[in-house]
Design a binder for this molecule. Structure first.
Ligand code: SF4
Length: 274
């Protein structure tokens, strides 16, 4: 077994594994810290992340019942205000009640568990079950690309496998589930992903296969796709270059980046030779 007993998979860790087994090993098995920046302009990068966090926080507060006017008045950033106004205009269109922001569900996966933390879960008793994910990225990814992302696969799977508590104690039929990405910086454009029993079965087989492979594989090779290394903080450790990728080229639909494992450690920078 390569993983700690209490390990819980997420879409981020599974995406890391699919992108590069070695990155998964360094980050989650060895818990290796390596303070290289992901992009060349870390200040701008962190500012973007911070704005995204502010927007998510405003939406959460609004869904918790705080008046929109009060929240707008509290926000000083022009982009965040613009996104929040767009959310007020279209973000909740056709989203049923009850609406539960920041909801987490965890289900078994192989010998471990997998969790999904939904920005918004809206499940009508006996009716539709919507997962809404707020995005503040500058780029608008294609539906084809999003369909392959582990977030789309994991979120719908976890809700179908473990959403009983929100559906009168019964499993939610996959056909009632839909995942929606809503893009604040693109006038509320959505990318929608319905679900069905066939896809649920295929996702179960795929995710269990990944979990078993991770648990039993003897080694975690470096990805052969060196383009994945440009924005990876381990690139100097792997001898895959020292220069961070350009922020303008960063695939910012990956705005779920887990900054808790990417925290730039200023003290360590001076100690490590690139
Ligand atoms: S630098 Fe490249 S090979 Fe090394 S962990 Fe990152 S993505 Fe994988």
């Amino acid at each position: 077994m390569n993983l700690p007993d209490d390990f819980v998979f997420s879409q981020t860790s599974l995406q890391d594994y699919v992108d590069c087994p070695r990155r998964f090993e360094l980050r989650y098995v060895l818990r290796q810290r390596w303070p290289a920046p992901e992009v060349d302009d870390m200040l701008e990068f962190e500012a973007r992340m911070e704005k995204g966090d502010q927007f998510h926080h405003l939406v959460h507060q609004h869904l918790a019942g705080i008046a929109a006017e009060k929240l707008l008045a509290s926000s000083g950033d022009a982009d965040v205000r613009r996104w929040f106004e767009m959310y007020l205009e279209t973000g909740l269109e056709d989203v049923p009640e009850p609406r539960r922001p920041e909801t987490t569900i965890t289900v078994p996966l192989g010998e471990a568990m997998v969790l999904a933390k939904f920005d918004l879960l809206a499940v009508e008793p006996g009716g539709r079950a919507l997962i809404v994910d707020w995005k503040t990225s500058e780029r608008l990814p294609s539906a084809e690309r999003l369909a392959k992302r582990l977030q789309t696969i994991v979120y719908r799977y976890v809700l179908a496998a473990g959403g009983d508590a929100f559906y009168g104690g019964q499993p939610i039929p996959p056909e009632r589930i839909e995942m929606i990405y809503w893009y604040a910086d693109h006038e509320g454009t959505t990318r929608r992903f319905p679900y069905d029993a066939r896809q649920f079965a295929a996702d179960a087989a795929y995710l269990e296969g990944l979990a078993n492979e991770i648990a039993t594989r003897p080694a975690f090779p470096l990805t052969p796709d060196v383009t994945r290394c440009r924005f990876c903080p381990y690139r100097s450790l792997c001898d895959r270059g020292v220069q961070a990728g350009r922020l303008e080229e960063w695939d910012d639909d990956e705005d779920e980046i887990d900054l808790t494992t990417f925290t730039l450690d200023i003290d360590q920078i001076a100690e490590i030779e690139y």
